[in-house]
Write a protein of this length. Structure first.
Lengths: 272, 272, 272, 272
């Protein structure tokens, strides 16, 4: 039997409205607030993604996480996105039941779609050439790498996937995508019009950067520590576009719905 | 044996650089100018698309078409794009050999790609929802209608093609695209998130406009007299985005190459 | 107001059952027969595709067309498929209202799908290699050529379209299909694993046949006079698979529905 | 430095020729044999997939695995496919270095393509309807489930993926494929024209079988213990097509190349 009947979204960005809309549509009454005073009377609280950008206040509010925890009683269930160690420790130390929706594999899978479409939008806005005439190299074949390869291939671009593992190379080929081992990356980069990194590991150093032609568009959608050697890139005047948080910025409605759907999965799976 | 060895592009927009690049790559020496003084020594002259926007001066220059014709001797071959009746008459009355590359069917076919991708860019820049969650209605199934249906379908959108003729409906279905007879358009428009007209005939009147939901994005890429009843739309405060000349604005490199390739086809076909 | 309420299918192959099923579903009462005695009481008669295979009897019956015409009164409306000159003359000389559904452009468009899928079935049954590892050359870019290129490309095959006209080459490229001018066909055929002709004109002569590698699979789905120089092929022991009438043989249900839908279009368009 | 320069394929089916061809092309000299006498002078031996079908003799030979092990000295490296417990124990007890190429994840990924295309061939050969008019339900979303969904969707079929885990449902949706939780399977099966199981667990029992319409085509490509309750199916006269070993049967060239490529990966990764 479901306990959770009323939820409240505390803080967050443009997505919060759509999180609430989607949950309300599913029959889970959900409100929005930016005030810690408003939390009573709710079975659970949705914290934003990321919970905190400054490692102090809850995103989109001027409430610190510690302050929040003091006001929350243990009966509440907390849903939070991408909780850093500090946030996690504060929540857990209070004995609060807490689920990180960002860590759910189905969230990562679904969120790769607005990410990839955000990159598509970025590329279209920054090129004088149609997609079918572009050679696009995508580095990494995780959720986002896959989504990017599929999306750009479907628009007619010539896509090459670069990855390290045999299974990633095989999976790419099984989808009809050209796959190149990362050790051969400098052989193909000179032909790339667009280079997109998805791997959060600084593997793209001097020699790799040098192999990319001057007029190519370079983007990095990975997270810290990012893929390129940025100090080298800066030194030699190469512009690399760091594109974080694409889903929330470009497609808040879809991104909010994905968060809501993931929370619904947690509720169902955990019998909350 | 080819006569045409040297061409010059007079006027035009950003595309002219790429027209020249592509022709130079093909071994046809091509220069750019905005001066009618520079035309001697060339076998042919490329006029822009459209030849004239103000029905007086050649686009991108302050040379009138009449003035131009006086300076051009009959041995020159003229390639022009979308010559209006007036321009055509002036050129023909001088006995100048003249080809309109805009009228070539392969030009229309190829140019539909940058057009469709321009619409894609417009939609991405004006929606908070990913393409795979959008219902898109495309009105008309000519070159641009086909290209739009294919492109949006390939990105995962739910696409419905609206057209009048049995053959257009059949062609759309043969490509796996849902097809609806134009007489049934008001049955499907209430479900559309994006409506794109490609038909240059004012068939989309009051009742059709009223059937589109308020939050839908409406675009018209047709040419005069356009598809919607704009006076009604304005009266009831419906925003319809008129999107002319997408290839040149959004993808000048590709659009220039397409013009160059079409000129090459004319040269080859006519044995110039 | 519709006059046609009851139809009867005379003769035909496996498709006739599905023609009747589809028309019955649409509210047009339809029966099957092989007897000319049964035709009274019906508003119209559906003759098979082709009307006559032996240029004498109606396909699937032992009734000659002349005999049939004698028994049919002028009030009946006849729907026939691919009526040869002789059949047409007999029908018209009797003053019978007659429509050839095979000549409708939407029929040709829709029928290209079962044709292409029949070729897919043939290729799968005759190769030891998966489609994604095959180089497939499709000659001609009419309805069937287009459908073949799309279908094989969608399965991952490497497809090259060969055609003559600039517009066909442009249309293929606009769909993301590699296009080669027919004059260059012998440059690409040596790399083909599968060659499929769709053009009913004997343009593929000695030199073309010689350029195809020995182990390639060759098919001709065109109609008389067919595409290859068969006497040369036979002389040098090249097997060319002539594949006529694929829709009726491989997908009678779909093929029958397409005939029924075309007849419905005629009824609607002509106000029958 | 590579030790392996010469390999020999012992036994096997039609694929063995293509395994050898591919390895020879890669510069690893490879021979075929069915005799245990021929094994000297080779650095490694390739055993077939599966090693043994009768749990006694090596597939395609009349040599028992024990007999084989006696003749093989420990310096040889053995590559085998799908070694059962018994075969594995025999090989390991002899101290022979042994790699099972069937267990490599990239093998499973690549082999899903000939599997899926084999099912495509089977469906085409057993239907009177074109793919674009078929509703196809694919049960399971592992390598084969994914490949089937993609392939059938690309041909225009209406595909529904059925799986259990949230991540599988999300992955399917991320590829644009309709996804249904297995608990809801009986809601969608009544609409299926084709049902394909890929899950090797008898989850498809009486109620599930009863929900499939009589004229639907049912296939099971899973391995033991298979997906359907076969005794119930038999009792009520439902034909379920068990389709094992599709790659080797339908596409031996591709299937052989995949084995060869996997062996090359093992050699490279293990520095053999």
């Amino acid at each position: 039997m479901k306990r959770i009947k009323k939820l409240i979204c505390l803080g967050g960005d443009e997505r919060r409205k759509y999180i609430a809309d989607r949950l309300n549509e599913s029959g889970i009454y959900t409100e929005l607030t930016a005030q810690s005073e408003d939390l009573t009377g709710f079975d659970g609280i949705i914290l934003p993604l990321p919970v905190s950008a400054d490692r102090k206040n809850i995103n989109g509010t001027d409430i610190s996480l510690s302050e929040f925890c003091e006001k929350v009683d243990e009966s509440k269930i907390i849903f939070a996105g991408k909780a850093d160690e500090n946030s996690k420790n504060i929540l857990l130390s209070r004995g609060i039941t807490f689920f990180d929706y960002y860590l759910r594999p189905e969230f990562a899978s679904k969120n790769s779609i607005p990410t990839a479409q955000g990159v598509l939008q970025f590329v279209l806005n920054n090129t004088d050439t149609t997609l079918n005439n572009l050679n696009i190299v995508v580095i990494g074949y995780g959720n986002c790498g896959k989504a990017l390869c599929r999306l750009f291939k479907s628009t007619g671009a010539d896509v090459v996937s670069v990855s390290r593992k045999y299974i990633s190379l095989a999976d790419a080929e099984s989808e009809g995508i050209k796959a190149v081992q990362v050790k051969d990356i400098t052989k193909i980069l000179p032909f790339a019009d667009v280079v997109i990194n998805t791997v959060p590991a600084t593997i793209l150093k001097r020699q790799v950067i040098d192999s990319i032609k001057d007029e190519a568009l370079i983007a990095d959608i990975s997270s810290f520590p990012y893929g390129f050697d940025y100090s080298y890139a800066e030194k030699c005047g190469r512009k690399i576009h760091l594109l974080p948080s694409l889903p929330g910025k470009y497609f808040p409605r879809t991104a909010g719905s994905i968060i809501a759907d993931t929370i619904k999965n947690i509720i169902e799976e955990e019998g909350l």
